[in-house]
Design a protein around this ligand. Structure first.
Ligand code: AMP
Ligand code: MG
Length: 268
């Protein structure tokens, strides 16, 4: 349904129950959908300014999804209205040797948002229970403990004034094939193709199983997961923008009071 709701804590997620083609009852170009999106983008922009001025709360947005799911596109289309002064995007890549020599959250913690800020993670600490699990990059006894460690980490952030939203951009295997073919045929997109994208595609079922467990075990009251149907980019953008705007409205940041007695101020 539109608007999208969070995965309720304790739910056993089955991704086959979530239709990646779902469009919330809208059709592409519907006036109502366009109006809703414009309203939400404007609200994000206005509320971010108040969040920044207030300087007390912060928002962390985590984007995850299989290759071509649209993480970059969501950042480009949904977050473009934000003031870059109060917003930072961090992309998590294959860990460096230095990062691997620390605990898996070491490289993540410095990028969480400070009070007044919005931070966006393009991939995140969830890779440490996804790619790491699928490729056996750490023993099972190590990655199995990480679900609880992630929940504890996110609870710490929440207790420190950070709202957390986690979006799984859900595409079908056929849609991924179409997008990879388009990438291959479009010079401006060819740079995005990496040697591992095609072998990764064969591990589709393993990735879905890893995602199902992460979504099931780590959707909590303070850090909910949302499964966003993402075969249709316009609907993905509409849904993500709506959840972010709704969350900022709930956070209800306030303009701080003036720092001086305004009645005494004279501008000469
Ligand atoms: P991209 O998002 O296309 O730039 O690719 C980034 C790559 O880094 C993906 O293949 C991720 O799976 C990989 N990656 C991100 N985090 C980790 C991690 N913690 N361990 C191993 N690989 C990772
Ligand atoms: Mg990639």
């Amino acid at each position: 349904m539109f608007p999208p709701g969070p995965i309720q804590p304790g739910t056993q997620v089955r991704l086959c129950d979530h239709d990646p083609d779902f469009c919330g009852g809208y059709r592409k170009g519907d006036r109502e959908a366009r109006r809703q999106r414009a309203e939400d983008l404007q609200a994000m922009c206005d509320l971010q300014e108040r969040l920044y001025a207030e300087g007390k709360q912060s928002l962390l947005i985590i984007l995850q999804g299989l290759d071509t799911a649209g993480k970059d596109g969501t950042i480009r289309h949904v977050l473009r209205g934000l003031d870059v002064q109060g917003c930072a995007v961090t992309s998590f890549k294959v860990p460096t040797a230095e990062e691997l020599a620390h605990d898996f959250l070491w490289r993540v913690h410095p990028h969480v948002p400070a009070a007044g800020q919005i931070a966006v993670f393009n991939r995140s600490h969830y890779e440490d229970v996804l790619v790491v699990r699928v490729h056996g990059l750490a023993p099972e006894s190590v990655w199995r403990r990480r679900y609880d460690q992630i929940n504890a980490f996110e609870e710490l952030l929440a207790a420190s004034g950070t709202r957390i939203l986690k979006f799984f951009l859900h595409i079908s295997q056929e849609e991924q094939k179409r997008r990879l073919e388009k990438r291959l045929a479009t010079p401006a997109k060819q740079w995005k193709i990496s040697a591992h994208d095609l072998p990764e595609r064969r591990l589709w079922d393993d990735y879905l199983a890893a995602y199902e467990e992460a979504l099931s075990r780590c959707s909590t009251a303070v850090a909910p997961w949302y499964v966003i149907p993402a075969n249709h980019k316009w609907y993905r953008n509409l849904a993500v923008a709506h959840v972010i705007a709704r969350t900022l409205r709930e956070m209800d940041p306030q303009w701080p009071p003036p720092q001086v007695d305004l009645s005494q101020v004279v501008i000469e």
